[in-house]
Design a protein around this ligand. Structure first.
Ligand SMILES: Cc1cc2nc3c(=O)[nH]c(=O)nc-3n(C[C@H](O)[C@H](O)[C@H](O)COP(=O)(O)OP(=O)(O)OC[C@H]3O[C@@H](n4cnc5c(N)ncnc54)[C@H](O)[C@@H]3O)c2cc1C
Length: 233
């Protein structure tokens, strides 16, 4: 079994933490904010992309198409709000049609269900649209990414991962004999003026401290701490 520290509790970190935990690794996830998806993941457009734009045969094209299917299956399985509403890519003037047709060819090559439609049919999907031609893409969807993250966090914790919101990784250094140590700052007193000023060192259970002596009683969820996690991966 490897000991792994994952830094970041957005969708990538949480997905990696869950996958590694399920595969049998001992995972500690550090997130500097006190909630999941606090940055890009919780502030994006919540679109499940179809995989339309990427060069056929590329990793991006294949992973985007596969990811569309797998995240929607994940949403169905775990009750995460999601909807496959499809989308329209529109040519608003004749000079844009050629590019639209290239996208239609890409969609076909990538295995993305899509078809070219006229303005009247486009208005059946979106009454306000004004276009000369449109590409109707069936598999684009919308999803609640913060809810995906909450679900990943719950599943990871049930599988045995140690998830630590409010823990900032502040230093990483190689450890003699392999692996690395990760130093963290932890606060549970919220941010700003209310935060406890207490600072100490402790270790993530089962891991090796990076240096300073540990302070008895300075554990998770208490005051503001500096601690060390380690990984041998
Ligand atoms: C405007 C915009 C719109 C987008 N729309 C979409 C969309 O509709 N659909 C889509 O699929 N993708 C979209 N994306 C892309 C998508 O949001 C990102 O690819 C994805 O959220 C990246 O996830 P992440 O986990 O890597 O990053 P983040 O969600 O940013 O997570 C990184 C986490 O790491 C934490 N962190 C950073 N430093 C430390 C540290 N030292 N210690 C501990 N924790 C730390 C941060 O607090 C943060 O929570 C969009 C991107 C942008 C910018």
């Amino acid at each position: 079994m490897r000991r792994v520290v994952v830094i970041g509790g957005g969708i990538l970190g949480l997905a990696v933490a869950r996958e590694l935990t399920v595969r049998g690794d001992e995972v500690t996830l550090l997130e500097k904010e006190d909630r999941w998806a606090a940055h890009q993941t919780g502030n994006n457009s919540n679109v499940v992309h179809a995989g339309l734009y990427y060069k056929p045969g590329s990793h991006k094209a294949r992973m985007s198409v596969a990811g569309n299917r797998s995240i929607l299956a994940f949403a169905r399985e775990h009750g995460v709000p999601a909807e496959v509403c499809g989308k329209l890519v529109v040519a608003t003037q004749p000079s844009e049609r050629a590019a639209l047709h290239v996208l239609a060819e890409r969609a076909e090559a990538n295995g993305v269900p899509a078809r070219l439609i006229g303005p009247a049919e486009a208005r059946e999907y979106e009454p306000e649209v004004s276009c000369v031609e449109a590409l109707r893409v069936e598999t684009t969807g919308i999803i609640d990414f913060p809810a995906v993250c909450e679900t990943l966090a719950r599943l990871s914790t049930s599988a045995g991962a140690d998830l630590r919101p409010g823990s900032r990784a502040v230093a990483i250094r190689p450890r003699p004999g392999g692996g690395v140590d990760v130093a963290t700052e932890t606060s549970s007193g919220g941010s700003g003026r209310g935060r406890s000023a207490r600072t100490c060192w402790s270790t993530v259970p089962g891991c090796t401290p990076t240096g300073s002596p540990s302070s008895p009683g300075c554990g998770r969820g208490r005051g503001s701490c500096r601690s060390a996690a380690s990984t041998t991966s």
